[in-house]
Structure formats: structure tokens, C-alpha cells
Design a protein around this ligand. Structure first.
Ligand code: HAM
Length: 410
């Protein structure tokens, strides 16, 4: 019986797992450098955690969540994103006492979207959140961190930072009303998909990819006109600081993001090299969300990045295999081989026993796996109680015994 992977899921191995691990290691390095601590949350949560905060009318809540009832009839959802679980965990564990607090996490998310290149049903996200500060430098810091990380993972790739300000929650409510009114008046020129969003989610029409909608969208009222002077000043300050940090920003007035919890700054890092799923990182401010989830009324800002999308753009990771391969030329020399095997393991080195008992095959495995050394154990070595060690990088070969092999290998 052959069982295939579930649609929209994938296994990680070979070149991909090397890329994946390099990303995770770069994430951890930069997180600690910027003072973010890791927070790991469960893969499933109560459904209520996601429904209201993400917006009952957002695509994620309407069609994409993996939700089920467990044996006690509790409604459970596989996490579709990491911000709300992180807030839940910070509240549950009393982690919001000394503010600000900065957390990061990586892990699998689940969304039942139509799979295509760069879009999967199980995928991995990197997530950075800063809870408790409405200082505009918190926005700058988190965008700077994203920019440095993306440069580290994808040097020489052209990635553009799009930015917008949504203003406060009140601004946004007024703007939504005006927008619904405008779209209603121009209903006949909109696609049927956009028509359905006029009342409940008019903001989402702005980032519709439907060409039919383009003309109406181009003439729609713009959010920036609804921002207060204070909002605008703050937005200007953020852009200026980013400029001072040599980060080029592209102001995108139709950037609204797909989840309901945002206000003020929103941003995305985009590429045009991987097709339609072109957002590598997306985030923004979510003042008010922590209170909605039962915490104090404190602000927050953060972002999430898609690891698989970054991997699509990433060059192969060249890793020298640190293991030492053993070429045992005949099963009869096993016990002599065992001495070096045990010695190397106890010296914290990594050893690869290939079960081949053949020089040519052993050499070819060692070369394939890019091993640095091979230890040859044949008749002479067995008789003389020593080992032939070859450095596969420079071809240098020496006869050694347990007393002096370490200096050659190190
Ligand atoms: P999001 O825009 O829904 O935001 O997702 C963030 C990133 O996750 C996307 O830009 C993309 O790279 C990746 N991603 C999303 N869906 C998929 C998928 N189906 N397959 C592969 N990659 C995907 C959030 O999740 C927010 N929680 C971000 C945030 C954090 N805002 C504030 N803090």
C-alpha cells in the first residue's frame, strides 16, 4: 500500500533541510543579538483564540483554518499563525510584567489554501514580536531586524520593503465606512468576488489581484487622507529612521494586510522572483489585540516570514561534512576497526560506518557525502595495529595509531 503525502504538505531532506537549518540558525543569531527570547507554543489551540482577533470575515478564518472537535467536543484549531498564540502564551504565563518584552519563535503553521509554488497547507514561519511599546523606534527596530535577516539569508537578491500606515483603529473604522460607500456606488464595475466584500471587508478589495477591479481601486479614497497629524508625523519619523539606516522604503498606499488586527504601521518584504506568492515577510502594529485576548491594554508590533518562500530564493548551502568515514576492507578487520571507531566517538568526533567492506565503494560514499577524512583499515593496518588516514580535501595520507591520530585529524 502506497500512501502519498497530504496535498500541500512536503518533506524536508537533502539540500532543502540544509537551507532550512541555515535559516533557523541565522534567525537565532540575530534574535539573541537584538535581545529577543524564544517562545515555543503548542501546534493546536482553542479555536476562539483565532476567530475574533484574525477577523471573522478574513479568508484565514472563513476558509483556511484546520478546525476540529476533539473527544470532549472542544473546538481545536491547528495554529494558522503565531502572533495570537504568542500573546496567549505571554498572558497565560505572566510574561507581560516588565515591559517591553521581545519574543521570537519558529514553527509549522497550517492553512487550507489552494496549494501552489510558495503556498502550502503546512508551512514554517519565523515570527518576531515586541509587546508593550508604542515608541516608533520599536517599529523601526523590528523592520531593521527583518531587513538584516533577509540580507543574511538572501544576499544579492532584490527584495523590496513596502510600507503603509493604517492610522488608529478609529481612523480605520471611518475609512472603511467611506470605502464601502464608494465601492457600493461603483459596484457594477467590480468583480463578483470583490462585490461580496463591500459590506464586511472593503479593505480587502484594495489588494484584489483581479484586473477588472483595477480602475475602481485606482480611484478609491486613500487611507493616508484619513490619518491624523500625529499619525502622519509618526509615520514620517519611521520612514526617516529607516532611511537613516540605509533601508529603501516603497510607500504602498494599498497595502492593508490580510488579518484584521493591524493599525498604524504595516509592511511587507516582497520579491518578484518567485511568482505570485511574492511576500516573504509581512507584519505591522496591532495595538489593542493584547487586550482583546484578555491581557492588559498594551501595544504590540511584529512580523512573520515564510521559511519555504525564502528557501525558493536561496542558494544551496555548502557544508563540509565533519564526519570521518571508515573504509574497512574486509569483515575480518572489524574488531581492529572497532578500536578507532570507539576512540573517535569518545573524542566527540562524528564517525560514519558504511557496512560496505570495500575500498572503492567506501571512497565513493565518503566523496559523495563530502567527508573530510577517511580511515582505511586493511590487512597491513590490522597486522601493524595502525590506521591509514587520508585527508580527502588535500589528498594527504599518513599512517597513524591511536596515540597520534588526533593531531592529524584536528
Ligand atoms: P501573514 O501575512 O499571514 O502574517 O503571513 C506571514 C508570512 O507567512 C507570509 O508573508 C508568507 O511568507 C508566509 N505564508 C503565509 N501563508 C503561507 C502559505 N500558505 N504557504 C507558505 N508560506 C506562507 C501573519 O501570519 C502575521 N501573524 C504576521 C505578524 C506577526 N504580524 C504581526 N506579527
Amino acid at each position: 500500500m502506497k500512501i502519498n503525502p497530504v496535498r500541500g504538505t512536503h518533506d524536508l531532506f537533502g539540500k532543502d533541510i540544509k537551507k532550512f537549518n541555515k535559516i533557523i540558525s541565522d534567525v537565532k543569531d540575530i534574535a539573541y543579538q537584538f535581545g529577543f527570547n524564544e517562545l515555543v507554543t503548542p501546534i493546536f489551540e482553542s479555536t476562539a483564540l483565532f476567530k475574533k482577533p484574525l477577523g471573522e470575515q478574513s479568508d484565514v478564518v472563513l476558509k483556511e483554518m484546520y478546525t476540529f472537535k476533539d473527544r470532549n467536543d472542544d473546538e481545536i484549531t491547528l495554529r494558522p499563525e503565531y502572533t495570537t498564540p504568542m500573546i496567549r502564551a505571554a498572558i497565560s504565563n505572566g510574561l507581560l510584567n516588565n515591559l517591553p518584552v521581545k519574543f521570537f519563535g519558529t514553527g509549522q503553521m497550517f492553512r487550507r489554501e489552494r496549494p501552489q509554488k510558495g503556498r502550502y497547507r503546512q508551512f514554517n514561519q519565523i515570527n518576531f514580536e515586541n509587546f508593550g511599546s508604542n515608541d516608533s523606534f520599536a517599529d523601526v527596530e523590528i523592520i531593521n531586524l527583518a531587513n538584516l535577516l533577509i540580507k543574511k539569508i538572501l544576499p544579492n537578491k532584490k527584495i523590496k520593503l513596502h510600507i503603509n500606515s493604517l492610522g488608529t483603529r478609529e481612523n480605520l473604522i471611518n475609512y472603511k465606512k467611506t470605502l464601502s460607500h464608494y465601492f457600493n456606488q461603483n459596484k457594477n464595475f467590480l468583480s463578483s468576488e470583490s462585490k461580496d466584500k463591500i459590506q464586511l471587508n472593503p479593505l480587502r478589495i484594495l489588494d484584489s489581484k483581479n484586473i477588472e477591479d483595477k480602475e475602481v481601486i485606482d480611484k478609491a479614497p486613500v487611507l493616508i487622507d484619513f490619518l491624523s497629524k500625529e499619525n502622519l508625523n509618526e509615520y514620517e519619523e519611521i520612514k526617516k529612521c529607516l532611511n537613516d539606516l540605509d533601508i529603501t522604503v516603497y510607500e504602498n498606499t494599498s497595502l492593508v494586510r490580510g488579518l484584521d488586527y493591524y493599525c498604524n504601521t504595516v509592511f511587507e518584504f516582497k520579491t518578484n522572483e518567485i511568482g505570485s506568492q511574492d511576500t516573504l515577510i509581512g507584519g505591522g502594529r496591532y495595538d489593542g489585540l493584547i487586550e482583546v485576548l484578555g491581557g492588559k491594554d498594551i501595544p504590540g508590533v511584529g512580523w512573520a516570514g515564510g521559511i519555504e518562500r525564502m528557501m525558493l530564493l536561496m542558494d544551496d548551502v555548502q557544508l563540509q561534512n565533519q564526519s570521518i568515514h571508515l573504509a574497512i576492507l574486509n569483515q575480518n578487520y572489524k574488531s581492529h576497526a572497532f578500536k578507532i571507531y570507539d576512540f573517535l566517538i569518545k573524542n566527540n568526533l562524528s564517525v560514519f560506518w558504511n557496512y560496505k567492506y570495500n575500498l572503492k565503494k567506501s571512497l565513493s560514499t565518503a566523496n559523495e557525502q563530502k567527508a573530510k577524512f577517511i580511515v582505511i583499515i586493511g590487512e597491513d593496518e590490522n597486522i601493524n595495529n595502525n590506521y591509514t588516514v587520508k585527508n580527502l580535501l588535500n589528498g594527504e595520507q599518513k599512517i597513524k595509531d591511536l596515540s597520534n591520530i588526533m593531531e592529524f585529524i584536528k
